[in-house]
Write a protein that binds this ligand. Structure first.
Ligand SMILES: [Zn+2]
Length: 127
């Protein structure tokens, strides 16, 4: 189940690590599938069941960068630093599992309403 808004492609992946070793290790198919699955997961987890309940996000950009810093989300951008995966996960399967876990975590940040926005899920229903 890919998450698509109309005909717009929701995800953009940019790999600036240069030698493409990251994309080769993780695989572009898994990268795109993970972005879509993580969005579906997040919509369910935060009970963002209809477009009206969600932030308007035309595109989610995943930036794969050469850095040792921790991954982070900034609005509609996820920054993933390939350096630490290469350092700690020489096994491809382990690297993929770590990548998937990180993307799910960061995707929640992308879709979370902050502060004065709608409070998602259980809080509203529990009142
Ligand atoms: Zn976090």
């Amino acid at each position: 189940m890919a998450a698509i808004y109309g005909s717009i492609e929701l995800y953009r992946v940019s790999d600036s690590t240069g030698n493409n070793s990251f994309s080769n290790q993780i695989g572009m198919d898994l990268i795109k599938k993970t972005l879509a699955d993580a969005t579906d997961f997040t919509w369910k987890a935060l009970q963002l069941n209809t477009p009206a309940e969600r932030k308007t996000i035309p595109t989610i950009s995943l930036f794969i960068e050469n850095s040792d810093g921790v991954p982070f989300a900034d609005n509609d951008e996820i920054h993933f630093n390939a350096g630490y995966l290469e350092r700690y996960y020489s096994d491809d399967d382990e690297a993929r599992r770590e990548f998937v876990g990180v993307i799910y975590h960061e995707m929640v940040h992308v879709w979370q309403w902050n502060g004065g926005g709608t409070t998602p899920g259980g809080l509203v229903k529990g009142v």
